[in-house]
Design a binder for this molecule. Structure first.
Ligand code: TRP
Length: 460
């Protein structure tokens, strides 16, 4: 069967950027930045991207494009039959695991878009937002229904194929996402009192930076760039031989970081406008679904057209961001089952979709009827979240960098990177140095930190 490629360079970059720009950019990065030293954190974050993120992204691109195969197949080819082939399989598994809980949040963003557009937050007292959110997620039906819709959309895009599904949707959704982000940031920045919010986000405060902050910046860089599990490897398997790998990686990282910083410009000016303490807005779901709907209503005028428009666009933005990331995760698994088990794309995608539906529903219900099902004091959702984010991703990242730095043939690496000599690659030595030494060591520290080893040793 003929393997599809992306039709254009722009399409390829937008698809990869769609994978990278996701919930992580909005619900983690801004608050992490604000609390951990503003511009100082951003500088450290960018250094992490330069020192670790880009080398690993370029390696994933390279392995994907060189093999033109799904992640498991790609690693089987480049590993020459050695146990390194398991890195690819582990990546596919990790992505599938992430997808199971990611879709649950994707479904929530749809519900909140709906609530915003119907002006459901009008005259809701501040303390009620938590009740609304808890009531929604613990309800057995509503979140499941939205989950069905969200997964349905992913399935639709995936079954349409690489060019008319993934690429076309990315070309439509990424510019939309960008325009909405800029618009919301401008609105928020022009609110009275916005300057305090900008100051909170950007004022460099090096005294807040310690080893924990650095580790956090690293973890965030990995998650945000969709690294360490072969997501970008799968997308790169649809790159053509002329795609400049390093340049594309830089483009993706720049887009991802810009959107993350702009998300901060959307959030904090509004928070300061209503005189709320930014340290109390929470992070993740509580920030996004409890604090922010209230902040937006109050900052823009309760029930006003502006509040409705702003809030609707914000949740729609989250929806688009989550959708393009979820599509990329789904594609990893779909490409795997299709190619490794010789199925049609439609059948492969259906298999993945059904599995995600079942496990996603379990994750979703773990806030309601299944909330008593616990392992290590975590509900099903957190098990998927923690296991993939804290353990599988760092292990994957470490293995990929060690493989790319130590095992993969240097000449092959250089040839691919330079597109067979067409491009110059003056940074090649630095890249290999990072892959060999810096990345494995740094990720090893992140892994120990995520597993709570430092806390256990009372180093933190
Ligand atoms: N990068 C996405 C975000 O910021 C999430 C994501 C998509 C991801 N694919 C991934 C994270 C692969 C790690 C690995 O929300």
């Amino acid at each position: 069967m003929e393997r599809e490629n992306f039709g254009s360079k722009v399409g390829a970059i937008l698809a990869a950027a769609g994978s990278a720009v996701g919930l992580g950019n909005v619900w983690r990065f801004p608050i992490e930045t604000g609390q951990n030293g503003g511009a100082a954190f951003i500088i450290i974050y960018v250094l992490c991207i330069l020192a670790l993120g880009l080398p690993i992204m370029i390696s994933e691109f390279l392995i994907g494009r060189y093999t033109h195969a799904n992640t498991a197949g790609a690693f089987r080819i480049v590993s020459n039959g050695s146990p390194w082939k398991w890195v690819g399989r582990m990546g596919v598994f990790t992505g599938w695991f992430i997808l199971c809980y990611y879709v649950v949040v994707g479904a929530w963003t749809m519900h909140y878009t709906f609530l915003s557009v119907t002006n459901a937050f009008y005259e809701v007292p501040a303390r009620e937002y938590e009740t609304i959110f808890n009531g929604f997620v613990s309800n057995p039906w509503m979140p499941t229904l939205w989950l069905l819709v969200f997964i349905g959309v992913i399935h639709y895009v995936i079954t349409r194929g690489v060019q008319s599904g993934i690429e076309k949707s990315a070309k439509l959704m990424m510019p939309t996402l960008f325009v909405i982000t800029v618009f919301l940031a401008i609105c928020s920045v022009s609110l009275p009192g916005a300057s305090q919010g900008i100051e909170f986000l950007l004022r460099p405060d090096w005294s807040k930076v310690n080893s924990t902050v650095v580790l956090e910046a690293m973890g965030q860089a990995f998650y945000s760039l969709s690294l360490a599990m072969g997501c970008l490897c799968t997308y790169a398997s649809y790159f053509d031989k002329k795609t400049p790998l390093a340049k594309s990686a830089v483009n993706v990282a720049v887009i991802d970081t810009l959107i993350a910083i702009m998300a901060g410009f959307i959030i904090f000016p509004s928070v300061f406008n209503i005189g709320m303490d930014p340290n109390e807005v929470g992070v993740g779901a509580s920030l996004t679904f409890v604090s922010l709907p209230n902040v937006f209503q109050q900052a823009l005028g309760d029930g006003s057209v502006l509040a409705v428009v702003f809030s609707t666009l914000f949740y729609f933005l989250l929806f688009v961001a989550a959708l393009t990331s979820a599509i990329s995760l789904h594609e990893v698994a779909t490409a795997y089952v299709t190619e490794e088990f010789g199925m049609s794309r439609k059948r492969g995608a259906t298999l993945v979709t059904v599995s995600i539906l079942v496990l996603g529903t379990l994750c979703s219900l773990s806030f309601g009827p299944l909330s008593d099902v616990k392992l290590f004091d975590r509900n099903i959702f957190s098990i998927f979240d923690d296991l993939s984010g804290r353990i599988l991703l760092p292990i994957g990242g470490m293995l990929i960098s060690i493989f790319a730095g130590w095992v993969l043939d240097r000449k092959l690496y250089h040839d691919e990177l330079s597109n067979g000599g067409d491009l110059k690659a003056p940074y090649f030595k630095l890249l290999v140095f990072s892959l060999r030494y810096i990345a494995p060591l740094a990720i090893g520290l992140v892994l120990l930190d995520q597993m709570g080893v430092f806390q256990f040793l009372a180093l933190k």
